[in-house]
Write a protein that binds this ligand. Structure first.
Ligand code: PNS
Length: 165
């Protein structure tokens, strides 16, 4: 079974890597797909976001890292995916994610389903948005707080981006 785990991953967090690793245990092939969205200005380029994901997950045999643009339902069909994988950090996430899941199913000729995996409790507070905001304001980006949220490679990249002392 091929699963697609799509996202902005701007940047990938420890929460994302936890979901990807758990998803890879139930899939024969898991494609982590970075949204290459030209309308939105991400903090990190698509190439950087792919490099962070390769660093975090590239050692797992059945995980591939890719990027896509346009409709997720079409990309999933092109990859012959059985289902889309999404993580749920809180019950509140389910509201918007259920809408996306229904929309993707209706947009897909093969009625693609979405599988949800709940975030591991210690990681459920982490989001890329929180990481970006913390990195902007935190005085010392070597701080242990960031180490609990992202990989060392992402932490280094945030340090360079925000030119922390
Ligand atoms: O990490 P994110 O930002 O929550 O991921 C959102 C993502 C990439 C899954 C979503 O924006 C997406 O699938 N975009 C592609 C366009 C699309 O197919 N939209 C869904 C219409 S129902």
């Amino acid at each position: 079974m091929t699963l697609i785990y799509p996202g902005s991953f701007d940047p990938v967090t420890l929460g994302h890597t936890d979901i990807a690793m758990r998803g890879a245990k139930i899939a024969t092939r898991l494609i982590v797909a970075v949204l290459d969205n030209t309308n939105k200005q991400p903090l990190f380029s698509t190439a950087e976001r792919i490099a962070f994901l390769q660093d975090a997950l590239g050692h797992i045999g059945n995980i591939e890292i890719d990027s896509f643009s346009g409709l997720l339902a079409e990309y999933a069909k092109h990859k012959h995916a059985t289902a889309i994988l999404r993580g749920l950090r809180s019950p509140g996430d389910f509201e918007s994610e259920a809408r996306y899941a229904t929309c993707n199913r209706l947009l897909s000729a093969s009625n693609i389903e979405t599988i949800f995996i709940p975030a591991s409790p210690p990681l459920s507070f982490i989001s890329s948005g929180i990481v970006r905001e913390a990195a902007l304001y935190i005085n010392n980006l070597d701080d242990a707080a960031l180490r609990n949220m992202v990989s060392p490679m992402v932490q280094d990249a945030l340090k360079k981006r925000f030119n922390s002392k």
